[in-house]
Design a protein around this ligand. Structure first.
Ligand SMILES: NC(=O)c1ccc[n+]([C@@H]2O[C@H](COP(=O)([O-])OP(=O)(O)OC[C@H]3O[C@@H](n4cnc5c(N)ncnc54)[C@H](O)[C@@H]3O)[C@@H](O)[C@H]2O)c1
Length: 261
């Protein structure tokens, strides 16, 4: 039996890649989705695909006025906000222009703060809500030549915890998903190289690259009542990659005591 109560989800960066798939999963879960992106054609195409339960809008997450009017355009506070918009400006720190450093932090970290704060004011005035941020395994372990991407994603992990603590009393849960090696969106170019793909996927304990659906499933779980007692957490969705530091080190079987009697 369907419910006639509309629940809104805002998904930023929904015009491509993982965000478009999160929007699709959110519609499937019964949300009406405000799909935001700076890529007008991208969000239009996603909305055309998803039908009337998806409303596209050009909203730059770094533009305070645009974020305010994007939320004002909704009939009510969103129940779910997914801060998915993100960019990379990869390159060695020794050569990294300040502009690239600032731009990556501005979209990834400041954008997450700005949209969250603006939405949370509305959620707090309603019945609460739920925020899920897209972090990255790059925010949990250092990757050379990641520019400001890793620092920004590590910042999202802490911002997630801080928002969760400050807004729990307003009925707002805040969590993050840290995707691992995902064959989608901004990483498509990496996996276009067969050899790189083979080596990278060989390092993942579960033996495969992740998909946008893997990430969307985790996002929708954290956004759902099934995660109703979870807040301030970052869930790595990475096939075990981030926990595998010791897994590839050799250790002779002869040092095992089990099974030697
Ligand atoms: N794909 C991966 O391997 C991977 C791994 C870890 C984390 N992530 C994170 O997942 C999220 C989605 O990544 P993706 O792979 O789908 O990338 P993507 O490049 O395919 O999509 C990102 C979207 O964000 C939009 N965007 C960029 N700047 C914006 C702004 N200022 N305002 C609004 N929208 C903006 C882009 O137009 C694009 O549609 C990002 O936060 C990314 O850091 C991705």
């Amino acid at each position: 039996m369907g419910s006639d109560v509309t629940k809104w989800a805002v998904v930023t960066g929904a015009g491509n890649g993982i965000g478009a798939v999160i929007a699709r999963h959110a519609v499937k879960e019964g949300y009406t989705v405000a799909a935001w992106d700076v890529d007008a054609e991208g969000v239009k195409a996603v909305a055309a695909d998803l039908g009337e339960a998806c409303v596209p809008a050009v909203v730059d997450v770094t533009d305070e006025a645009a974020v305010e009017s994007g939320l004002d355009a909704l009939p009510q506070a969103p129940e779910l906000l997914v801060n998915n918009a993100g960019i990379v400006r990869f390159g060695p720190l020794l050569d990294l222009p300040l502009e690239d450093w600032e731009q990556a932090l501005r979209v990834n970290l400041t954008g997450t703060f700005l949209v969250s704060r603006t939405a949370a004011r509305r959620m707090a005035a309603a019945d609460g809500g739920c925020i899920v941020n897209l972090a990255s395994v790059n925010g949990l372990a250092a990757a050379p030549r990641a520019g400001a991407y890793s620092s920004g994603k590590a910042g999202i992990v802490m911002l997630t915890e801080q928002m969760a603590m400050e807004w729990a009393s307003h009925g707002i849960r805040v969590n993050a998903v840290a995707p691992g090696l995902i064959h989608a969106g901004m990483s498509d170019a990496i996996y276009a190289d067969e050899e790189v793909r083979r080596v990278r996927q060989g390092r993942v304990p579960l033996g495969r690259l992740g998909s946008a659906d893997d990430i969307a499933n985790a996002v929708l779980f954290l956004g759902s009542d099934k995660a109703g007692y979870v807040t301030g957490q970052t869930l790595a969705v990475d096939g075990g990659l981030i926990k595998s530091t010791l897994a590839s080190l050799p250790r002779p079987k002869s040092v095992d005591s089990v099974g030697t009697d």
